[in-house]
Design a protein around this ligand. Structure first.
Ligand SMILES: NC(=O)c1ccc[n+]([C@@H]2O[C@H](COP(=O)([O-])OP(=O)(O)OC[C@H]3O[C@@H](n4cnc5c(N)ncnc54)[C@H](O)[C@@H]3O)[C@@H](O)[C@H]2O)c1
Length: 358
């Protein structure tokens, strides 16, 4: 099954790469093709068949199961220098095409390298994680971490196309699948109630590698990508409604950065799931989210540290912590101010829910 979601500047082609990529390339005239690939995404990639004669730089990302967020440590200027060097060695000119094959780390960093090489060469995104397919590859935000600050350097620049092939999800560990699923849940809650109905029927077991067919994934990916596509089309540079994509992320980022410093870090999606429960506080949604994600115990002693981190959120103005939550209609945004007391009340409520702990 293949389908296309059209954004104003580029298409998202969903389906087997062998059916989408060669046909798209045939209409283009690139001088050279250069692939930047995540080492763990190569199992389903046949360079010779899909893009004969191309050069490749493989980013040595640690396998997903080894350490949550392990590849993030490579999303920096040092790796960019290696990539730019390989691009120069391959003698890429401005008529070249860069192909980013990997999760959000390779997509953000490879796109940034392409957007800055010789003042910008065309690039396409081939996302290979659920999070990258439904979220990171769409919307033109590119960048790297710098001095310990996530996404501190970057640009907005759209790809020429995005190719999402669910076959890559077959090798993605369950924890990464679940992590990406948090963004699918977020997209459903902010813009697509039909998708939400489908999600409510999803069992945690379905989110293990190989349990869902490519067609079943396509049925979830298409509406989820469409929500992200609609929002970034309405607000490409994050001046208004795009804040809705931040639902669950104010609390989520605080929780993610706190647990990153412990022996048991959380994935981004696990933290966002906690964030959506605390920020949304709606009973049916909470039940579904906890059924899929379980509950991470959060003792009251860590609340002040989480509050401190929430204060660094980019939506804040003059010291108040602001959260972006869905309004009553699809694609409607509410910005709420969160006091310290209210934040603590919500975290305490989360910790009191009856669900299995992870
Ligand atoms: N640009 C945006 O709008 C945007 C939005 C959301 C997130 N992001 C960024 O995305 C990044 C997170 O992305 P992610 O969750 O994809 O993480 P990731 O890129 O680190 O990938 C997760 C892990 O899965 C491995 N992997 C990738 N594809 C695989 C496959 N098919 N099979 C097996 N393993 C595979 C990777 O090597 C890595 O170990 C963060 O850096 C975040 O800042 C960007």
């Amino acid at each position: 099954m293949t389908c296309t979601i059209h954004l104003p500047d580029y298409p998202v082609l969903l389906g087997p790469l062998s059916e989408t990529l060669p046909a798209w390339l045939q209409q283009k005239k690139y001088s050279r093709i250069f692939v930047i690939a995540d080492a763990n995404a190569l199992a389903h990639w046949n360079n010779t068949a899909l893009l004969p004669g191309t050069e490749m730089y493989v980013v040595p990302c640690p396998p997903a199961s080894e350490h949550a967020g392990g590849a993030e440590r490579l999303k920096n200027l040092d790796t960019c220098a290696l990539i730019w060097n390989a691009m120069q060695q391959a003698r890429l000119d401005r008529q070249a095409l860069v192909v980013n094959l990997g999760g959000g780390v390779v997509g953000d960093m490879g796109g940034f390298c392409a957007a800055t090489f010789k003042r910008g060469v065309d690039f396409i995104q081939i996302p290979t994680t659920l999070l990258a397919m439904t979220d990171a590859a769409i919307g033109g935000k590119l960048g790297i971490d710098f001095n310990g600050i996530k996404n501190a350097l970057g640009v907005f620049r759209n790809p020429q196309a995005v190719f999402a092939d669910p076959v890559f999800l077959e090798t993605l560990p369950a924890r990464e699948l679940r992590s990406g699923f948090a963004e699918v849940i977020k997209h459903a809650l902010i813009g697509d109630y039909e998708l939400w109905e489908k999600i409510q029927k999803t069992t945690p077991e379905a989110l293990s590698p190989g349990s869902m067919t490519a067609d079943a994934w396509t049925e979830i990916l298409e509406p989820s990508i469409a929500v992200k596509a609609q929002i970034v089309t309405l607000d490409p540079h994050e001046h208004g409604i795009r804040a809705l994509l931040n639902f669950g992320h104010t609390v989520g980022h605080a929780v993610e950065s706190y647990f990153l410093e412990t022996d048991e870090p959380l994935t981004h999606g696990e933290a966002v799931a906690i964030g959506m429960v605390c920020e949304g506080l709606l009973s049916t949604e909470t039940e579904t989210i906890l059924r899929i994600f379980g509950r991470r115990p959060m003792p009251e002693s860590i609340f002040p540290k989480l509050w401190e981190r929430m204060q660094h959120d980019k939506k804040n103005t003059s010291g108040a912590v602001r959260i972006a939550v869905p309004g009553t209609e699809p694609f409607s945004l509410q910005i709420l101010e969160l006091s310290r007391e209210e934040a603590f009340r919500r975290l305490k409520l989360y910790d009191s829910f009856d669900s299995f702990e992870f």
